[in-house]
Design a protein around this ligand. Sequence first.
Ligand SMILES: [Mg+2]
Length: 419
Amino acid sequence: MMALVDANNFYVSCERVFRPALEGHPVVVLSNNDGCAIARSEEAKALGIRMGHPWFQVRSLPGVVGLSANFVLYGDMSSRFMAICAGLGPSQEIYSIDECFVDLTGVGQVVERAAFFRQRIHSWLGLPCGIGLGSTKTLAKLANHVAKSAARKPGSYPAEFAHVCNLSSLPPSDFDAVLAATAVGEVWGVGRRLSAQLNQAGVFSALDLARMDTALVRSRWSVVLERTVRELGGQSCMALDDGVTARQQIACTRSFGVRVRELGPLQEAVSAFATRAAEKLRNQNGRAGQLMVFIQTSPHSREPQYANSAVVEMIPPSHSTIDLVGAALRGLSGIYRVGFNYAKAGVILMDLCSGPVQLEFGGETSEALMGTMDAINRRFGRGAIGVASALGEGQWKMKQELLTPHYTTRLSDIPVARA
Ligand SMILES: [Mg+2]
């Protein structure tokens, strides 16, 4: 038995936890530089606001509230959410910022337990979520879709499936009815293109897909789709991936809030990106053998265009902020050209390895220094301590005019309750 826990409209829900007055109002969370919608409340969806809808086109709609994406808040709320979900069963796979699978092997009274955890997530964190239960990951995903739809769109599925839906306890005829009521494009792994192809072949619902001949699916489409068909039939083909897979590269890139011409602010931006990337690298216990730094003008403007990148070898591979910032600045000095309006820059760490490497002279000092730096930044908030070249006016920074406070990660931003 597998569960899929998914928080509703996650970014919007995180904002509403700290600003309950936003409840019931159309809220959109905006992408970097406040350009377009990347999350919408149900009310915003009802106004016809789409994902990616430019903010300037929707800002005048009645009552709409736009907020800059506060990823520090969402990341912290996500880790709290995942920690609670982990208690649901013996093992967990974190699937995205607001979704996880939990293996319920050996767990009894699964529906009651899921409902209890849903309530716990709501009372401890203030986040609404839906939980789908099924005998395979694909069915748990589908059950979650049913749980969500039954709550949001009355009539789409029987009302008793709202919030927590267990597909594995249904009599075969009810199970088939749920699959028949689900468009094939809602099945996990069936994207828009595949869905169009399947429609052409006369496959419209999840039930149509579940009844397809597996050999035909494999020969005409792929083994991946064949696995989906088997999973819809209750045959588990996808194991829980509970190992934390270390990333093969770490990128930190940003578009600037304003155009940047001078070397100084570029150095500052690149230092900040290398600092952030180095933190991520140490979090996964890695070291980088190469660092790439790039700068570019905006391809959307009519101004003179320039884009370039440089790769710097790290010998030996390093996870030290000081080494990586130094490498990024060396790379930048080789590619910077005067006379352009730069719109974006980034630092990418590559050739990652983990585990101890031969320590150079002074290596132990660096190890201790980085550990201390991370501890200070964890305690007092990101950027409390860092390399001097990353500090400055911050004129390159993203436009985030509608940003909410870092309620859960910065001492000065903690909400105060008065009684
Ligand atoms: Mg979600």
